[in-house]
Design a protein around this ligand. Structure first.
Ligand code: MG
Length: 254
């Protein structure tokens, strides 16, 4: 899973270089798939439940599961690239939101808070903590800024399958109160907050995949695969523990 995570780090370096106004999400997908396959590994998403691409590309009001295609990103957009890699049967899964050119202060604040939510969730991955520690840490970052914290989509265990038990919610839910697992060494989780400028509610578009905000306002999403070791959380999908995952480019207007 570390090796799969290292490939994802390289995918995000590639995306940082190629996500510019005028690039289509299909072009990003093609270049990412080429990188993954040339590393001798396979994309986790392609063919998963029939998903047609190697990345999910979700722009602005798209929360998750956007299908890459001819749509071109424009100055001011937020583009989330979500990607999974399989190395010798083991998965890693992560997502980054990118600013396309210069973006509004409002969108910058949204993405910054979502990245902070992920960091807070990772810090809560400690032996003896429970899933609710993660959920509360993530949720607090979103609420502090008044953003909608998406409840309908959650993080997950990950290993020889892309999605394993347990579910990892981004906020406290009745289901989490009933099944609040204790975290132990060896557990590997994908933590993935989604925060919205407006309502937390979502709907799925007619393509059967793309999840959008119910009010059409912007969303941001970050994800990392995190292993719980005897020394605390180890993030498998970052270059190092100090990597900054959001580098905004806010302009003054909002
Ligand atoms: Mg995931």
């Amino acid at each position: 899973m570390r090796v799969a995570g290292e490939v994802i780090v390289r995918v995000f370096e590639l995306c940082s270089a190629i996500v510019r106004p005028g690039v289509s999400t299909a072009e990003v997908d093609a270049k990412v798939e080429e990188l993954i396959r040339s590393s001798g590994n396979r994309p986790s998403f392609k063919g998963y439940c029939g998903f047609p691409a190697s990345i999910c590309a979700s722009i602005n009001e798209e929360v998750v599961h956007g299908i890459p295609g001819d749509r071109v990103v424009r100055e001011g957009d937020l583009l989330c690239v979500d990607v999974g890699v399989i190395h010798q049967g083991w998965h890693a899964d992560a997502a980054r939101t990118y600013a396309v050119g210069s973006i509004s202060a409002e969108r910058d604040a949204l993405a910054e808070a979502t990245a902070a939510g992920l960091n807070a969730g990772i810090a809560a991955v400690q032996v003896g903590h429970r899933l609710s520690h993660i959920a509360q840490a993530v949720e607090a970052e979103g609420r502090r800024h008044g953003f909608g914290v998406v409840e309908q989509y959650v993080g997950h265990g990950i290993g020889t399958a892309l999605h394993e038990e347990p579910q990892v919610p981004n906020c406290m839910t009745p289901a989490l109160r009933r099944n609040d697992m204790v975290l132990r060494t060896g557990l590997v989780l994908a933590i993935e907050p989604m925060f919205n400028l407006g309502t937390a509610d979502t709907r799925t578009k007619s393509d059967g995949w793309t999840v959008v905000t119910a009010d059409g306002k912007c969303s941001a999403h970050f994800e990392d695969t995190v292993a719980l070791t005897d020394n605390g959380p180890e993030v498998l999908t970052r270059k190092d523990a100090h990597e900054r995952i959001w580098i905004g480019s806010a302009r003054s207007s909002s």
